[in-house]
Design a protein around this ligand. Structure first.
Ligand code: HGY
Ligand code: MN
Ligand code: MN
Length: 405
């Protein structure tokens, strides 16, 4: 199966030798190397390759202008020191599934597309799913142009440096109108399949989730000579807010994480002037998420006031609850039950995906491949080779069932 060769080719791209994690951030050299790999796979298969106005890459078998295309794929970018599977498993499996269809002699009666969505993780500019949001009209050009990375480089500057036109970005309804179904294969970011003993599952829903930036502004001063009573130390309310987030999430059966922080001036012997922390929170429904985020913000404001510290809270990214298309979900269930001889589990997830963004515009579905530890967004992320092969076969079955009637 071609999966193993492609996997081996992609594996070293953007990998940090020290941590073993991936640093494939939008519009960087590693991103360009991933894009080159994608184009090479498309051309090697005689597929028409294109990069759209938003930097998403497409490989086509058949003319998409015919409409009602079946598209599969995912993303190749990563979180900082992310794992090898989150994103790439869906793209490599897409090409391998197409190869399997050809080996079977299957003849598609609908255009078949493979996509690499740009900047799904938002690791550099802070907003998730930039490529698919732009295409789906959920992010305007003006909003995208305001995105800035940790070095102060704007998204337009980064795109231009990578050879792309930032003024071309924007909604692409014509492209989406040509797609009849999008199916994204993704490594499971949890242990449901490990616990159920299934190699492959089908997605039911994505929890609502978002990212909020908390700016605690205090007063820089000498760590050694400033009396405790005279301090306006922003690190204190930040620390108390981290604990409050954990407590509120626990109470609501949700999750909340402060996983990223930046401190100014960030000196060992200086009381900070600014502590900037990013909250990621998710819950099974919007009401629970609202309860958590409101309670965390209230706690943060109370703690900030108690320390004479100012606080600004900005929502930087948000994705509402996604319920995948029921007809497509059930069609995948029928196809896989027929081909595997047993019912494939249907499961929800707290992880965001491009399929979730596109679900507002076109029928979308997801296939999950078992992750034996459930660990993701970490170099320790893994999936067994047999399960990756089972995922390719399941995706080939789905593509054949949907596009080769
Ligand atoms: O954050 C997420 O859920 C996804 O990995 N972008
Ligand atoms: Mn991810
Ligand atoms: Mn992903």
């Amino acid at each position: 199966m071609s999966f193993h060769r492609m996997w081996a080719q992609l594996l070293p791209v953007g990998r940090d030798a020290g941590t073993g994690g991936y640093r494939r951030y939008a519009w960087t050299g590693a991103d360009a190397d991933c894009r080159a790999w994608f184009e090479e796979q498309a051309r090697a298969r005689g597929l028409a390759h294109e990069t759209d106005r938003n930097g998403n890459q497409w490989a086509w078998l058949g003319d998409p202008a015919a409409g009602d295309a079946v598209v599969t794929g995912s993303h190749l970018d990563s979180v900082p020191d992310g794992g090898a599977f989150d994103g790439p498993l869906g793209v490599v499996s897409a090409f391998a599934a197409l190869d399997a269809l050809r080996d079977r002699g299957a003849r598609p009666t609908r255009p078949l597309g493979i996509v690499n969505f740009g900047d799904e993780e938002g690791a550099r500019f802070g907003l998730a799913c930039v490529g698919s949001r732009l295409t789906a009209g959920q992010l305007t050009r003006e909003q995208a142009h305001r995105l800035t990375d940790g070095e102060g480089i704007t998204l337009p500057e980064a795109m231009e440096a990578a050879g792309y036109d930032p003024d071309a970005i924007g909604p692409d309804p014509e492209r989406l109108a040509r797609i009849g179904a999008f199916v994204e294969l993704h490594v499971e970011q949890g242990r449901a399949l490990d616990l159920s003993g299934d190699p492959v599952g089908i997605a039911s829903a994505i929890w609502p989730h978002g990212r909020w930036r908390y700016d605690f502004r205090g007063e820089a001063n000498h760590a050694g000579t400033t009396r405790l009573a005279d301090r306006r130390d922003p690190m204190l309310p930040y620390a108390e807010t981290v604990l409050a987030a954990r407590r509120e999430a626990q109470l609501a059966g949700a999750v909340a994480t402060f996983g990223k922080i930046s401190v100014e001036p960030n000196g060992v012997n200086a009381i900070p002037s600014l502590v900037r922390g990013w909250l990621d929170s998710r819950a099974a429904d919007q009401a629970a998420l609202d309860t958590v985020t409101a309670a965390v913000e209230k706690a943060a404001r109370d703690h900030a006031a108690a320390h004479g510290v100012d606080l600004d809270v900005v929502r930087e990214s948000f994705t509402p609850e996604v319920g995948f298309d029921h007809a497509l979900r059930d069609e995948l269930g029928r196809i896989l039950a027929r081909d595997t001889g047993h019912r494939v589990p249907v499961l929800g997830t707290g992880a965001g995906h491009d399929a979730g963004i596109l679900s507002a515009s076109i029928p979308t579905a997801m296939l999950f491949v078992r992750n034996p530890t459930g660990v993701s967004h970490s170099p320790a992320e893994s999936a067994a080779e047999d399960d990756c092969v089972a995922g390719v076969i399941a995706l080939a079955d789905v593509l054949e069932g949907l596009a080769c009637r």
